[in-house]
Ligand binder design. Structure first.
Ligand code: ATP
Ligand code: MG
Length: 319
């Protein structure tokens, strides 16, 4: 299945300060605050929603395509993604700009001071689905520049391409009417339970109203698992117990990647949710959003210790 992913692409620069921010802040001098923290570690992690989802899809044997704008500093990241089986032809470089970058410094008690520079991501709406040479089977619309999300959803409707609407973090930036418009006609709506509450409040729509607008609604609930509403049914998917919790960032993205890898093979909703849940738990057990790794053999073995696939997952081992 040809899955095209519209969403942010970013580098995360993560630093740690071996002290307490609050001890360095003088409340009476807040107006001209001027601080520089000598940090003792820095890593640059590959991030962004579109490559996060793509990475899991690729681990499970799909060949997803990125559809995003990136900066001149993307070369190394592109090579790494290509090496892992992701098609980056449509990761377009914006001359003179950096890839979106998140700079965060965390102190000893996990207090954080951060900045997000959108860089090339701000130009995502320059891309148009009309320019594709090959029509995808499914477009995933994940958080990126809000104007691009709106444009790509409208293009999917105009071109009759099925799409998955994943507003996540950008629920905050989109108006109720905008959310309702882009939800209407989508094949899937994915969100976590907090975002579901916000969407419902902003649009004034209850679950039953939304199910008249979207074919499938998937709500993830962290450690409580996920629920899938489809074909008039409600499928509850329990989590896979984690071996350790290191860093929850990116679990939602991996869930989507796993779910879609199963959907691409035509598996039933329960299996889609279970594959998503297992894909998610691997991210929880590592730092970063693309630092985990498993072979399909390892994935299937762990799956079978938690769920029953009736032999279906053998397919993952064949190609
Ligand atoms: N503690 C946990 N143990 C096992 N699985 C988990 C845990 N937390 C999350 N998951 C899995 O990940 C899925 C998505 O989690 P969650 O609902 O927290 O996503 P999210 O809020 O969108 O996360 P993020 O935006 O940080 O990626 C859950 O449905 C579940 O399958
Ligand atoms: Mg999320």
């Amino acid at each position: 299945m040809d899955i095209l992913l519209s969403g942010s692409v970013a580098y995360d620069y993560l630093m740690t300060f071996p002290g307490h921010f609050h001890e360095q802040i003088l409340p009476e001098r807040l107006k001209n605050i001027s601080l520089s923290f000598l940090v003792d570690s820095m890593t640059r992690q590959r991030g962004g929603i579109a490559p996060n989802i793509a990475y899991t899809l690729a681990l499970l044997g799909e060949k997803p395509r990125l559809f995003a704008t990136v900066g001149e500093d993307f070369g190394e990241y592109r090579a790494w993604l290509e090496q892992h089986g992701i098609d980056t032809t449509w990761a377009k470089v914006i001359p003179g700009k950096f890839t979106a970058s998140f700079f965060a410094t965390t102190d000893k008690v996990n207090a954080q001071i951060a900045s997000f520079y959108p860089g090339a991501m701000a130009d995502a709406a320059l891309l148009s689905l009309h320019d594709l040479d090959r029509r995808p089977d499914l477009v995933v619309i994940s958080p990126t520049a809000p104007d691009a999300m709106r444009k790509h959803a409208a293009e999917c409707r105009a071109l009759g391409i099925p799409y998955l609407f994943d507003p996540s973090q950008q629920v905050l930036r989109l108006e109720g009417a905008e959310l309702a418009e882009d939800m209407n006609g989508a094949r899937f709506l994915f969100c976590n339970d907090y975002e579901f509450g916000l969407i419902s409040k902003k649009t004034g729509l209850a679950l039953q109203d939304m199910l008249k607008m979207v074919e499938v609604i998937v709500i993830t609930k962290g450690a409580e698992g996920a629920v899938i509403y489809a074909d008039g049914q409600e499928v509850v998917v329990p989590v896979v117990p984690e071996e350790r919790i290191v860093d929850p960032t990116g679990v939602g993205d991996a869930f989507r990647g796993g779910f879609l890898a199963a959907y691409a093979r035509g598996w039933d909703w329960r299996l889609c949710g279970q594959v998503g849940s297992l894909a998610a738990v691997y991210v929880l057990e590592q730092n970063g959003t693309q630092n985990h790794y498993y072979t399909r053999q390892q994935f299937v073995e762990r799956f079978r210790r938690n769920y029953d696939d009736g032999g279906k997952l053998d397919e993952l081992l064949r190609d």
